[in-house]
Design a binder for this molecule. Structure first.
Ligand code: PDD
Length: 281
């Protein structure tokens, strides 16, 4: 696989980053994951805009302009022959010569830019979309700025392991009695014709897929209600699903051992997945 590091396209085993890189020592980095279908990037502009916002919120310098980022995405997709898969991008505050809690001077420390692709044939036609996911609930123990897409993914990773140990597929995180989001996706329930999902705030990531799916839902005459919901309300809902750049729209069929609706993917979730895959290609 060919990867990209700070201006260079390299075989992955030749790509190197300093041990003093702030992302390695302090999780001082942000990232984006953009999906690829039919060799084309899905919603690149949305991901680029969110990256810009993440960088700004952390007072971090952009490594280059958006056009250059788009070119690197396209070149990696081409070089690696990706038809279906993902492009991962990470920007860090760079590698000053030593470990220090104080941010390095942006004049002298260049940000680190890394991109690589993940080949995922069959991503759009995923069998999981037909069976649906089983979810457990866990306490949300992340920091308070989940709107910034940082590489601090230890707790979401632990959450995924808790789910696996419990024989489930993923976890929804709960704070003050309400679902925030999934370990790596936004969470939704459906009641009648209404799609219910938590409103945007610093408590959740502002999903690029979320924005598109809510728009498609409204266009398909579904109602959208942006508000908090609890695990109990989700268990009693007609349907549930999650969205993300890698999962698109993925039905949820069970929450903490309780079947949601008929315990099979709900028809609105299935419809929204179809619309999303059709419209965003
Ligand atoms: N995760 N919420 C969290 C906590 C996420 O990590 C993600 C994405 C989302 C969905 O955002 P989007 O629709 O923009 O992908 C919501 C990516 C896919 C990941 O970490 O791999």
């Amino acid at each position: 696989r060919t990867v990209y590091v700070n201006g260079e396209y390299l075989p992955e085993h030749e790509a190197k980053v300093s041990i003093f890189d702030r992302a390695f020592l302090m999780a001082d980095g942000v990232y984006e994951v953009t999906s690829v279908l039919d060799g084309k990037l899905i919603d690149f502009a949305g991901h680029a805009a969110r990256l810009e916002r993440s960088l700004k919120e952390l007072d971090m310098r952009a490594p280059c302009d958006t056009d250059t980022l788009l070119e690197v995405h396209r070149e990696l997709v081409r070089l690696n022959g990706i038809e279906e898969g993902l492009v991962y991008l990470q920007v860090t505050r760079g590698a000053p010569g030593d470990r220090d809690f104080v941010f390095p001077d942006p004049e002298t420390t260049e940000p680190t830019l890394v991109l690589f692709t993940q080949n995922k044939p069959g991503l759009a036609d995923s069998p999981a979309a037909k069976t649906g996911m089983r979810i457990i609930s866990i306490e949300d123990q992340r920091w308070g700025r989940r709107d910034i897409k940082t590489v601090q993914l230890l707790y979401p990773s632990m959450g995924k392991m808790m789910a696996k140990k419990a024989g489930a597929d993923d976890a929804w995180m709960v704070e003050d009695g309400f679902v925030t989001e999934g370990t790596s996706n936004n969470a939704y329930i459906v009641k009648g014709n209404k799609i219910i999902t938590r409103a945007l705030s610093n408590d959740i990531l502002h999903g690029i897929t979320r924005a598109a799916v809510l728009r498609f839902a409204r266009e398909a005459q579904m109602e959208v209600e942006e508000r908090n919901f609890s695990i109990e309300e989700a268990q009693a809902a007609d349907e549930a699903f999650v969205t993300s750049a890698s999962a698109f729209v993925m039905p949820v069929v069970e929450i903490d051992g309780v079947a949601v609706g008929a315990g099979t993917p709900g028809h609105r979730a299935v419809r929204l997945r179809e619309i999303y895959l059709d419209e965003s290609r």
